[in-house]
Write a protein that binds this ligand. Structure first.
Ligand SMILES: Nc1ncnc2c1ncn2[C@@H]1O[C@H](COP(=O)(O)OP(=O)(O)O)[C@@H](O)[C@H]1O
Ligand SMILES: Nc1ccn([C@@H]2O[C@H](COP(=O)(O)OP(=O)(O)O)[C@@H](O)[C@H]2O)c(=O)n1
Length: 225
């Protein structure tokens, strides 16, 4: 594989640290960061606002054709990537726990995955990217040069999300976050198309007892050889 097409994939369950770690790996390597979850969240928001009946496949297809999603870099290294949906900045609107649940529902619809996977692969043709999500190592970029699967206990992940929301000055209920984390993991692991799972050739990192810097260090040690 040519240097230009090197791709790093980082998959794992909700709140495990994919975004945080991917942004740091991207900054350290000079690669572009691709947040695939942001795309599923944007589709979820669009469908919710348009009151799309998710069981009505022709309605889903018709609305999908109308969607334009554009990712733009975060304003600073602590922020999430920005998203424009049909020209409107929805960067904040998509980052709520509720929108994550909606994203999890729309992400089980095969045609939604088909459309977004195609867009994600187009990003990949530019090469030198760090892609993160649920299926970037298994389905989107099966030939990626470096694949990682991050995991952590659900309680630890819900606590991380709790601290993250509090730090942003937002309301958060730990028990509710834990419930949503577990429900979303179940949806994502058990769907028929592109379920959340470790690729056979991905390196597993259990982050439960690690801090962010340690996880980044382990990944860079492999990527930088
Ligand atoms: N290994 C880690 N140890 C402690 N906190 C972490 C770790 N990795 C990430 N975090 C924190 O957990 C929160 C959720 O991480 P995030 O990157 O948004 O997860 P994901 O993208 O997998 O949902 C962030 O506030 C992040 O700083
Ligand atoms: N590659 C991806 C990325 C996200 N998703 C879906 O989108 C939801 C939100 O993804 P996210 O990565 O933004 O969520 P967090 O892990 O940041 O909580 C997930 O729960 C999945 O259902 C997916 O199905 N495939």
């Amino acid at each position: 594989m040519s240097e230009k097409l090197i791709i790093v994939t980082i998959d794992g369950p909700a709140g495990v640290g994919k975004s945080t770690v991917s942004k740091k790996v991207a900054a350290a390597t000079g690669f572009t960061y691709l947040d695939t979850g942001a795309m599923y969240r944007a589709v979820g928001l669009f469908f919710q606002e348009a009151s799309v009946d998710l069981d009505n496949i022709s309605q889903v297809r018709e609305k999908l054709d109308m969607i334009e999603i554009e990712l733009f870099p975060a304003t600073d290294e602590d922020s999430d990537v920005g998203v424009r949906l049909c020209g409107e900045d929805v960067s904040e609107a998509i980052r709520t726990p509720e929108m994550a649940m909606v994203a999890s529902k729309v992400s089980a619809i095969p045609v939604v995955r088909e459309v977004l996977t195609k867009i994600q692969r187009e990003y990949g043709t530019r090469g030198r990217i760090v892609a993160e999500g649920r299926d970037t190592g298994t389905v989107v970029f099966p030939l990626a040069a470096y694949k990682f699967f991050l995991d952590a206990e659900p309680r630890e992940r819900a606590e991380r999300r709790f601290r993250q929301l509090k730090a942003r000055g937002e309301e958060a209920d730990y028990q509710e976050l834990l419930r949503m984390t577990i429900e979303r993991d179940n949806n994502d692991r058990n769907r028929l198309v592109a379920p959340l799972k470790q690729a056979d050739d991905a390196v597993l990192i259990d982050t439960t007892a690690l801090d962010v810097e340690e996880v980044v260090k382990q990944i860079l040690a492999i990527v930088n050889g």
